[in-house]
Design a protein around this ligand. Sequence first.
Ligand code: KG4
Ligand code: ZN
Length: 338
Amino acid sequence: MNILGIETSCDETACAIVKDGITVLSNMIASQAVLHSRTGGVVPEVASREHIKVIIPIIEACFKNAQLTWDDIDLIAVTKGPGLVGSLLVGTETARTLAYAKNKKIVGVNHIAGHIYSIWLDREEEILFPSVVLTASGGHNNLVLMKDHYDFEVLGKTRDDASGEAFDKIAKLLGLIYPGGPVISKRALLGDPKKYKFPRAWLDKGSLEFSFSGLKTAVRRQVEALEKEQGELNDEIINDICASFQEAVTEVLAKKLIIAAEKHDAKEVHLVGGVSANKRLRELIQEMSNNLDLKVPKEISYCTDNAAMIAAAGYFQYKKFGADNWQDIEVNPRLLIN
Ligand code: KG4
Ligand code: ZN
């Protein structure tokens, strides 16, 4: 079964064709990162206008790349939320129109479920349940117990900022480019993670919730103090701040993922979402855990927003619950995972 995935929830216009929820036949992404780096973050109106411009060319390029036609497509899967309402609408309206015009089945997919199913992409070995999944992105940060396909229980979420959002805001504060994660992790390699003692928000004992706003304030205060002392920050100081900040975020993410996995006897732990591209986070989880089976998406392009993961989630959703009516697919910018 070939699934055409469409993803436009934030600042990536993406289209993919995936066979049986696993084999990626084509995965195309038009990123707006350069556009949004000028403003240090996504401007929703700008994002939705850009989606409108590129969505049809991206779908056409996706078919060309896979050397397939509409006759080969069995199901359309489109992100219906969470995300930016205008951006989501471009994707869902396009998908609904295509489902009607081409007489195809359609499913509306939760973007976070999409990230969860990024683990399945191009993977040969079987995934074992229960698994504990850390979804760490710019827009969400959850610990999820997955007992079976499409059987999710949220064990903890963030009380304020998402982890990726914290990377983006600290990058902006330091005058670095958007998105913040890749540039901070690169600079962190050159810095001292012990130089600045930034707080770790463990919250209540055993809590699986997250909070990154206190850390953000602590970094801001440190930057202000350093600027007062010595004017504009040099590269060495910026690198040390990046390393110390990254260590504070990743330590909390890794530790809470391990606590959750042990508490729920997880057979596997999965790390997904844009922040799962972070090498230090992957390393820390391995270092801190006793032989937990950690799985991350097979490609870095499956960590950040993409449509292959939406096609994969759409496949398993369709197998369990069937297709949706194209008339009934509604955008929900605040859609939860359960
Ligand atoms: O999953 P994603 O593409 O979009 C959302 O669903 O939000 O995640 C984007 C987020 C951004 O905040 C970006 O800074 C972060 O993922 N990110 C990283 C890395 N690469 C991307 N964070 C830390 N380290 C990275 N290497
Ligand atoms: Zn995402």
